[in-house]
Design a protein around this ligand. Sequence first.
Ligand code: HEM
Length: 151
Amino acid sequence: MVVDSIMQILHVLFAGLWTGSVLFVVGAVLPAASTGSISAPAMTTITTRLAWLTRISAVVFVATGGHLAGTRYTSETLFMTGRGQIVVAMLVLWLVLTALVEIGCKRLGGSDAPSNVQQAVENTRPIWLAAGGVALLLLIDAGLLAAGVNW
Ligand code: HEM
């Protein structure tokens, strides 16, 4: 059905946009910021945008993921099959990553000087490393679904 296809396309589109953005911040923006080459206003823009992408994505994931789960699974197959459990893991990982990104963005934005940005990057390093790890786990989880795993 057309609605099912639109839901799946939106889901995968935001999956790529969001996890890609988180990993780009962890892998490229924060290393640059820790050497002092990202200004405080630039960091505020970057973190504000990532926080908003996270919020818009949340609406999209709940709507599209809820639709996919509702049309492809019953409450029994969701918890009793391997594939269902991979979907439940996806939901849990999404919740954890959303919380980490919200906290990380809040603590990184709002600095008023590059030296404060460097300090904020130091202080939030564990949060962002965890966020990068969870983003990778989400992509592996999605990869298992795409590979048709079912045990
Ligand atoms: C509210 C959170 C989420 C829910 C309820 C959810 C649920 C689902 C469901 C039910 C499916 C279809 C599974 C199947 O065909 O058997 C799916 C597929 C998928 N999800 Fe999520 N998801 C969520 C968040 C995410 C996030 C954060 C990502 C980021 C990587 C993601 C990436 C994907 C991808 C790429 C697929 C397609 C896999 C395929 O090709 O079959 N999802 N999701």
